[in-house]
Design a protein around this ligand. Structure first.
Ligand SMILES: Nc1ncnc2c1ncn2[C@@H]1O[C@H](COP(=O)(O)OP(=O)(O)OP(=O)(O)O)[C@@H](O)[C@H]1O
Length: 279
């Protein structure tokens, strides 16, 4: 059974269609990347998975739990990286990690986790005195301190310096090695390439392509693609062309057949066979 099942979810805000029929499965122990341009529907989708937003239609299960109906049970198995501004200013980093740890029966050692995230010397520092990167690392610590079975990490390494990014990637690899399933929203291609087993590229509320990083690169430029950056641009540009009211010239660099078939690929690849998962 997939750890995360997402079936044909839809969400609109007034006239804005944020999510327009999204389907995917995340398998146990997988790092599943969610990529896409600004406003593509990534955050809405992952917040529906977390139970923070309710879909207008469709179905989500996390370890068989309904994120809205089974919210309490889900909290004990799901770790969520909170966004900036969601933490109390006048609590210290150490207090918060220990507090979150106390919510779980079998959590991680708070001191060790603070050390792994390079926050040992910040344990007595108030939230409003932490730098942006330190706050980011604290939010990762809070997502992981309950030793969750599933973690949703949104903008994992935004604002981190290069050393902290690499340390964080290593930590995430250790977390995955411990069997945790991870849904990772990112704008960074190097991060997606390094960490993700499969990637869903979102565009206009839909999944425009779903494949391994290698598979996405391979399908670019008729098989001659060399980077995930290129693949991302080709997939999202192709989808934009498919939505355009008037005919537009396809970028000469992009394989035309790949463009024409991209939506078919999406339908075929969504929830694709386990064999696609890179190990
Ligand atoms: N609470 C809201 N009320 C109204 N519109 C919203 C709300 N949240 C998101 N939207 C709209 O829904 C669409 C999808 O937004 P969403 O935040 O899911 O995108 P995203 O892919 O996470 O973008 P980004 O990369 O910029 O974070 C956007 O057009 C956005 O303006």
């Amino acid at each position: 059974m997939a750890v995360i099942e997402v079936r044909d979810i839809h969400k609109r805000y007034g006239e804005t269609i944020a999510v327009d029929g999204v389907d995917f499965d995340v398998e146990a122990g997988e790092i599943f990347g969610v990529l896409g341009r600004n406003g593509a529907g990534k955050t809405t989708t992952v917040e529906i998975v977390e139970g923070l937003r309710t879909p207008d239609a469709g179905m989500v299960r996390v370890l068989g739990l309904d994120p809205v109906r089974d919210r309490k049970a889900l909290r004990t198995v799901l770790g969520v990286q909170l966004q900036e501004g969601m933490l109390p200013d006048k609590a210290t980093a150490g207090e918060l990690v220990r507090l979150y740890r106390s919510f779980y029966a079998d959590g991680a050692d708070p001191e060790r986790l603070l050390g792994q995230l390079g926050l040992d010397d910040k344990r007595d520092t108030f939230v409003d005195e932490l730098s942006g990167g330190q706050l980011q690392r604290l939010s990762i610590a809070l997502a992981l301190v309950g030793r969750p079975r599933v973690a949703v990490l949104d903008e994992l390494t935004s604002g981190l310096d290069p050393r902290a990014r690499r340390d964080t990637w290593q930590l995430i690899e250790q977390v995955r090695a411990a069997g945790v399933t991870i849904l990772l929203v990112t704008h960074f291609m190097d991060e997606a390439q390094r960490l993700c087993d499969r990637i869903a590229v979102f565009d206009r509320g839909r999944i425009a392509a779903l494949d391994t990083p290698e598979g996405l690169v391979r399908r670019t430029h008729g098989g001659g693609g060399t980077s995930l950056d290129e693949a991302f641009l080709a997939v999202t540009d192709a989808d934009a062309d498919a939505h355009a009211d008037t005919d537009t010239d396809v970028d000469a660099d992009v394989d035309v057949n790949a463009d024409v078939t991209v939506l078919d690929d999406v339908l075929r690849d969504a929830g694709g066979p386990d064999g696609e998962v890179r190990r």
